[in-house]
Design a protein around this ligand. Sequence first.
Ligand SMILES: NC(=O)c1ccc[n+]([C@@H]2O[C@H](COP(=O)([O-])OP(=O)(O)OC[C@H]3O[C@@H](n4cnc5c(N)ncnc54)[C@H](O)[C@@H]3O)[C@@H](O)[C@H]2O)c1
Length: 450
Amino acid sequence: MTDRYQTFTRTPLGQTLVKNLGLPDPTPLPRWTEGSPVIDGPVVFGAIGETDAGKAIQALLRDIGASFSTATEGVASSEIRPKALVFDATGATSTADLTSLQRFFSPVIRQLAPAGRVIVVGRTPELAQSAEQQIAQRALEGFTRSLGKEVKRGATVNLVYVAPDAHEQLDSTLRFFLSTKSAYVDAQVVRIGTGPLVSNDPDQPLAGKTALVTGAARGIGAAIADTLARDGATVIGVDVPQNADALRTVISKIGGTELLLDVTAVDAPQRIAAHAVEHHGGLDIVVHNAGITRDKRLANMRTDAWDAVLDVNLRAPERITNHLLDSNALRDGGSIIGVASIAGIAGNNGQTNYATSKAGVIGLVQALAPKPMLTERQIRINAVAPGFIETEMTAKIPFTIREVGRRINSLQQGGLPIDVAETIAWFADPASAGVTGNVVRVCGQSLLGA
Ligand SMILES: NC(=O)c1ccc[n+]([C@@H]2O[C@H](COP(=O)([O-])OP(=O)(O)OC[C@H]3O[C@@H](n4cnc5c(N)ncnc54)[C@H](O)[C@@H]3O)[C@@H](O)[C@H]2O)c1
């Protein structure tokens, strides 16, 4: 769906009105296209001391051919227009070290290019070696979340916490956050742990993998199917029989297989496992995207509306996940991805059923990620929590509420299905072996539930 207001603000009259009336001025966000470099401009790197994480970051910047300079106290020169500022704060061992944030960023932040990237890398606070270090590391969250609200023109700010000895796992995550693939992911905090080192082709990271995508016939699910196929996966698209034609259109473009079923059917988990094993020898990636809304205030909530939403959005992912794990249809090294929502974090008027189901998806991630049944087989589980994404679901929202929903985020616009899909592709990438137990919002730093 087109954002007519954003199109208008790009006209001369629109720009005049935006400036004179102080209206929202959403910068068009570039999205990744084939052949794009990871980052298309200079990078300035700063650090608190020399650390393993810092070395890994610089090695990656060299690897992707980025032109980068290092600076301890930023660069005030107006000639440099950095596309990204990357700061290694893993060396912060006490609050005294936090001064480095101001010293590095203040002189250079104004120079950040449109749609620029700020990435701060810290040490996972819970795994710090001392209380002083934990406090300093935890403080980084306030810094990045505030800076996210200050940077303008489509720029984003994210924080990546890396566990001790996990610096070699930074690669796929930094590629994601530096690139336009993370266009609508803003002010997020990601935790990276240790895991096996997987080096694959960043252009085809999912080659040889099979991915199941539920609700693949349209909207976000169709974008996920396309994106995983672009990255080399063979996709099994699942949707209800009523959407058979739409599912066929999606799958015939990408050459996967279709499975028509209702994910809430009693035998859905068994049918999914049987299809995956029979046609593809098993599964590597599972994306629980199928979801519905049946909005009503709780006082007016009918039993069927409550049950339907809980069944599709939460019980089906739970039952399917359990069966795929128990039956070993999901192979070792696999990746399970839930689709939650910011409503599941912030709550939303008229959505007690939906928000319960989506908070439950976050619970599923948190409950399963540390289970030996997954960790011993290097199976990872994460979730995305989309904010306002332009789809048929959000097109149905009444105009005024829709317009507010679109603008109340730092990027002042709705996201696109591709933004959710790219985040899922990063989770699915075997090179993201250290990424598990995360819930990443794809919401442009929505003010809801921040
Ligand atoms: N659009 C947004 O802004 C937004 C925001 C937050 C979260 N989400 C979540 O993202 C996911 C996709 O949303 P969307 O906007 O693309 O929705 P959509 O309604 O456009 O598409 C959902 C798809 O899921 C399928 N589906 C529904 N029930 C099913 C069932 N029982 N069995 C099999 N397939 C079923 C539908 O047929 C449809 O093809 C959902 O989980 C939704 O809750 C969307």
